[in-house]
Design a protein around this ligand. Structure first.
Ligand code: SAM
Length: 228
């Protein structure tokens, strides 16, 4: 599929250990039916770590938007005209994501609220939700027109601990079922512990995944039942 050597490859699964953008750039046009991903939310944003700057730092946000737009553009290119690009984000990163969607010319169709059914840690209100942006290519249609834009799915971090921000496989299954059919190809260029890939394979989809960190790449491969 790509000129790069995969970390693992068989008929239904291709995994790359490397940089998301560098791998996406080598994938052919229109090779995927959905790109469902969970990228780092704020790259180098001082406001995330420095409590004195909680109002945000626009220069950092601009840098993040530039990078999000770069991989979104490549994501669009590898999608079929009926494809969906779904990305997790939170209230702090949402403005940056929206700026990037405009720059990448990715039409945003919906903003799904994932109700995590827990109370997270926080200095102010206790966080209990994240977002999933739904960006559709020109012929994209949703499988279930009765799906509301809020999904409740308990966050399972305390039980599994494969990755600090691991997403529930059950939630990924619902997102994949909404946007693809059996036999379709799902891509996650920031796969972490491999939740998207595990869900895709469980639903009979093919999967292409990328992860920069060797440790997480090995964990993701294990979650999908393979050893490189
Ligand atoms: C938010 S986590 C994904 C978690 C994943 N959804 C899960 O359920 O485990 C983002 C992942 O992207 C990886 N990452 C960060 N920058 C990357 C890059 N430029 N290319 C590929 N992977 C990257 C990080 O190592 C991290 O594992």
């Amino acid at each position: 599929m790509s000129s790069l050597t995969p970390y693992f490859e068989n008929e239904t699964l291709t995994l790359y250990q490397g940089n998301a953008l560098a791998v996406l750039e080598t994938l052919p046009d229109g090779c995927c039916d959905a790109l469902i991903t969970d990228p780092p939310y704020m790259l180098g944003a001082k406001s995330t770590y420095d409590s004195k700057a909680r109002c945000g730092n626009w220069a950092d946000m601009e840098n993040s938007a530039h990078w999000y737009a770069a991989w979104m553009k490549e994501g669009k290119r590898v999608l079929k005209p009926s494809g969906w690009l779904l990305s997790f984000c939170n209230w702090r990163s949402l403005p940056v994501f929206m700026l990037a969607t405009v720059r990448a010319e990715c039409p945003t169709h919906s903003l799904l609220v994932w109700d995590k059914d827990i109370m997270g840690a926080g200095m102010c209100l206790r966080p209990s939700y994240e977002f999933v942006l739904f960006m559709g290519m020109p012929e994209a249609v949703i499988a279930n027109r009765r799906q509301k834009d809020i999904i409740t799915c308990r966050w399972t971090y305390n039980r599994r601990k494969l990755h600090p921000v691991e997403k529930p496989v059950e939630l990924l299954e619902r997102l994949i079922a909404l946007t693809t059919r059996p036999g379709d190809t799902v891509c996650d260029p920031f796969m972490g512990s491999g939740s998207t890939g595990k869900a895709a394979l469980l639903l009979g989809r093919k999967f292409v995944g990328v992860e920069r960190e060797p440790e997480y790449c090995a964990i993701a491969a294990g979650a999908m039942g393979v050893e490189a």
